[in-house]
Every structure is written in C-alpha cells, then in structure tokens.
Design a protein around this ligand. Structure first.
Ligand code: ADP
Length: 274
C-alpha cells in the first residue's frame, strides 16, 4: 500500500513537471516567433530609407561634375558601399525570416549544371580582387542535369564562392559537381586556398550571427548570415551543407541535393539525368 501511494505521488510529480516543460516550450516557441517577426518587420522598414540613401548618393556622384573635392567624392562612395553592404544584410535577413515562417516556395525545373556554372562564372569572376587568385569551374559532363530549384541552388553556390573570394588572398578557387547515383544526389563543392577555419568554428559558422574571429576581419566585413541562409536553403531542397577545412591551408564548402526535388524532401525513383 505504501508503495502504491509513493508511486502515485511520483506520477503526480512527473505530470506537474511535464506541464511545466510544456509551458516553457510554448514560451520559447512564442519568443522565437516574435524574434522572427521582429527581424522580418525591421528588415522591411530598413528597405525604403536604405534605397533612398543609395539613390541619392548615386545621384550626388553622377551630378558632382567636378563640384565635389576628391575627398568628398571618396566619402560619398563610402556611403554608397555602406548601403550596398546593408542591402545585402537586409536581403539575407528577410530571406531567413521567410524560410523560418515557411513562406518560401520551391520552384523545381530541369536544368543543366553546365548552364548554371556559366551564369555563376559571369556573375562572380568580376569579384576577383587580385591577379594572384583564380576562379575555375570544372566543366561538368555535358548532359549533367538536375530537377530542382536552380535559383536557390545558385544562391548557395554564390555565397560559397563569394566567401571563398573574400577569405582567400592568393591561389585557386575551384567549383566542382559530382554525381552520386547510388544516393540519388548531386554533390557540389567550392574549394579555396584561403585562411581556413578552425575545427571548433566549423559547426558554428552555420549558425545565425556567429561571425568568427579571423585575420582578415579588418579587411572583410560580413554579416554572418550567409552560411545560415545556405543551410536553410539546402534544407528546403532536401539537401545539406558542410565544410572541411584546414586552418592556413584552405576550405572546401559543399552542398548535396537530391537529383529530383520532391515536396517531402525525398528522391524520386527515376533521376532526370541522362
Ligand atoms: P559573412 O561572410 O557575411 O561574415 P557567412 O555566414 O557567409 O558570413 O560566413 C561566416 C563566417 O565564416 C565568416 O565570417 C568567416 O569567418 C567564415 N568563412 C566563411 N567562408 C569562409 C572561407 N571560404 N574561408 C575562411 N573563412 C570562411
């Protein structure tokens, strides 16, 4: 009898604990939703004044016509650069908030990897900041194709490549695609000969707002939002991202996505490549 009573008491205590946990989880969920809403609203509010500042700075530079001193012109161009960086940050924040709120649609279609590479090449080559740095896209097999959201995959690769350019002073940046037929996946990698990332930071950098300390920090200002966005975008496509890196030697950022996108995030039985 004593034992039964003790058991009943224990049961009651466990139930109370569960109720408290439920309440705490609920509280955290609400706080998380509030954070997402705040970020999304704030980013929206930033957009309009930011575009005005940018447009006006551009106008000032275009109309200056010798009226601004060299120093003043430099200052206005700093304003312009600042707004470009802020714009990128606001876009990343909005994208993240949208994904978190489940408001992003995946538009899957068939496309050739070679076509995507050639668009990316055109977009990113102009960012190379030194003649000692090369950007190479390893030519994929002619017919290598995917059925997925090309825009989102390109956004991930664009982030990886522009980071590789930012954090590499000299050497090579190479972009590759490899078919993994058994897994029904396509594996993309961007390797660089740059700063590299300490092992303890490698998981951190995919978390929001976790820009890590590194030597180029003074030259390279970022938001720490690019990689979390890549992780979320890859998740939307049913894939994953990661990094292998050796500090001082370089990094390989990779993304693997299903050859065929399905809403459940699985792979269709018949892959659309030839
Ligand atoms: P951002 O580059 O805007 O700071 P990211 O989320 O894209 O934000 O990157 C987070 C951090 O990861 C960067 O601040 C940088 O320290 C590190 N990182 C990203 N890519 C590389 C790379 N290719 N080589 C070395 N460090 C990198």
């Amino acid at each position: 009898l004593q034992l039964t009573r003790e058991l009943e008491e224990n049961n009651r205590a466990v139930k109370v604990l569960y109720a408290e946990l439920d309440e705490k989880a609920d509280h955290l969920r609400r706080a998380d939703q509030m954070k997402s809403r705040f970020l999304s609203n704030m980013s929206h509010e930033f957009r309009t004044p930011l575009s005005s500042i940018r447009a006006l700075a551009k106008l000032l530079l275009a109309r200056a016509d010798g009226e601004l001193s060299g120093e003043q012109e430099k200052q206005v161009s700093y304003i312009l650069q600042g707004t470009v960086a802020m714009n990128e940050m606001v876009d990343d924040l909005l994208d993240l908030a949208k994904i978190e709120a489940g408001k992003v649609d995946v538009r899957a279609e068939r496309f050739l990897v070679a076509d995507m590479f050639s668009t990316l090449r055109g977009l990113l080559r102009p960012l190379l900041h030194s003649p000692n740095l090369a950007l190479t896209f390893q030519e994929p097999e002619a017919e290598l194709a995917l059925h997925s959201d090309q825009g989102k995959l390109s956004q991930i690769l664009r982030n990886f490549i522009s980071n590789a350019i930012k954090y590499t002073e000299r050497g090579d940046i190479t972009v590759r695609a490899a078919l993994l037929p058994e897994q029904g996946m396509m594996h993309f990698s961007v390797s660089d000969t740059g700063l590299g990332i300490a092992e303890s930071d490698q998981a951190l950098i995919f978390e929001e707002f976790s820009q890590i300390e590194n030597r180029l920090q003074t030259r390279v200002k970022g938001t720490g939002l690019g990689l979390p966005l890549c992780r979320n975008l890859a998740g939307l496509l049913g894939g994953s991202v990661g990094v292998d890196s050796v500090p001082g030697a370089g990094s390989v950022f990779w993304v693997s996505i299903p050859l065929t996108y399905t809403a459940e995030g699985g792979n269709a039985a018949v892959p659309p490549y030839s």
